[in-house]
Design a protein around this ligand. Structure first.
Ligand code: PMP
Length: 418
């Protein structure tokens, strides 16, 4: 990894991580009799008290269904739900609220596009481009779509450092590419893809681009207008918000033409047995009662995140990542998987004599929570000829102390496994 720049180091000092940790109640507990060290934020982030309170308040006070009743509770719940949509719009810098569709998460957002846009637009011989480092959520929906339409799934290979290079991408783009679906940031490797450059190339060939932003939203700046992506998907629970709520951003002119994804209440303007007129955007894509408290909680998470200078959060995390990279490299017999320059937030690794699941179990007994397995990215594992890795991943609340605890726990692994 590159040296940490003096600016990054200085701004990291300006970020008061101890103060931030106070906001996250889950951090203040013992596991197996040891203070919890949470290094699994790529799976889900912990939640600040303000998010927990916001969700609580919806159920305790503003508990009503939305968009349907005239009574006051329903009006309050509707207002809070729609305020959350506006917060998401501002967070992504989308130009309109109509471009923000609430979903269950990244997975559902991607499935929405594959069902709605994909089934109505793809023909036999068309191509959908993904990269080798995708999460299964950004592979399987496209595979199913290709099976159903006769389109072809084309894969851009990555390098042994876990990078997706422009040249490899260009080689796989063709006149038949209709959609590029790629991660903004890889969950297994931490690679940040050069998405601006790749989006421009895709657009030159007339292909649309969907970005899987699940791992990006909390670690890099996202501006959907500057990126010019056509679709952007993310999950609230990876941005310090609740589970079960996520977002699909789509350009209005595309969403407008797409057929509904699911039918039901709220997505209609009128229904007769002869004909149904669909509702306006974004409601056309929000059939049924949504996760109202989840959306409000996501709004609170965005408020919380935005109460910091994002540059300071990123600089702090990058400084901890740099510290962790050097510390792990110094552990005898440890091999890092994923070493792309400019990577963020996640460290996948192997140890010579211990299986990743054994590593995970032993460090857990020391109070250190990390992830082990294929991280829903089996093609990444296949690239490296392995079945699994251990992965430590960072959130804004992690400090160098957490890394020291991880390294101490890894010493125990070495003692037991040699
Ligand atoms: N894509 C990436 C890159 C992810 O890391 C994840 C979650 N691990 C997903 C998609 C799926 O997100 P969710 O399970 O919240 O829908």
């Amino acid at each position: 990894m590159n040296e940490v720049s003096p600016i990054v180091a200085a701004s990291s000092e300006a970020f008061d991580v101890q103060r931030v940790r106070e906001d996250f109640p889950a951090l203040h507990q013992d596991v197996h009799g040891k203070p919890l060290v949470y290094l699994d934020s790529a799976a889900t982030t912990l939640k600040p008290q303000s998010v927990i309170d916001a969700v609580d308040e919806v159920y305790a006070r503003d508990c009503a269904n939305i968009h349907r009743a005239v009574h006051l509770l329903s009006q309050r719940a509707t207002a809070r739900f729609e305020e959350a949509r506006e917060k998401v719009r501002a967070f992504l810098n989308a130009s309109k609220k109509t471009e923000i569709v609430f979903t269950r998460g990244t997975t559902e957002a991607i499935n929405l596009v594959s069902h709605s846009w994909g089934r109505s637009s793809l023909r036999e011989g068309d191509e959908v481009l993904v990269t080798e480092l995708e999460h299964h959520s950004n592979i399987v929906p496209w595979q199913i779509l290709c099976q159903q339409t006769g389109a072809k799934l084309v894969v851009v290979p990555m390098t042994d450092r876990g990078e997706v290079l422009r040249e490899a991408f260009e080689n796989k783009l063709s006149e038949r590419t209709r959609l590029v679906a790629m991660a903004h940031v890889s969950n297994a490797l931490g690679t940040v893809l050069p998405v601006s450059e790749l989006i421009a190339l895709a657009h030159e060939r007339g292909a649309l681009v969907l970005l899987d932003g699940a791992q990006a939203v909390s670690h890099v700046d996202v501006d959907v207008q500057a990126l010019d992506c056509d679709f952007y998907a993310f999950s609230g629970h990876k941005l310090y918000g609740p589970t079960g709520i996520g977002v699909l951003y789509g350009k209005e002119r595309l969403l407008d033409k797409m057929p509904p994804y699911q039918g039901g209440g709220d997505m209609i303007r009128s229904v007769t047995f002869e004909e149904t007129i669909y509702n306006d955007l974004p409601y056309k894509f929000e059939a049924g009662t949504p996760h109202i408290a989840g959306a409000v909680g996501l709004g609170a998470a965005i408020d919380y995140f935005s109460s910091f200078d994002a540059e300071l959060i990123h600089a702090h995390e990058n400084a901890v990542l740099h510290y962790a990279t050097e510390a792990l490299k110094a552990v005898p017999g440890l091999r890092l998987i994923g070493t792309a320059p400019g990577k963020v937030a996640a460290l996948s690794f192997l140890m010579e004599s211990a299986h990743p699941h054994d590593i995970g179990t032993i460090v857990d007994a020391e109070g250190v929570a990390i992830r082990t397995g294929h991280h829903c990215a089996q093609p990444v594992m296949e690239h490296f000829g392995i079945a699994a890795t251990a992965r430590a991943s960072l959130g804004m609340y992690n400090s160098r102390d957490d890394i020291d605890a991880l390294v101490a726990a890894l010493r125990k692994v070495r003692e037991l496994f040699g």
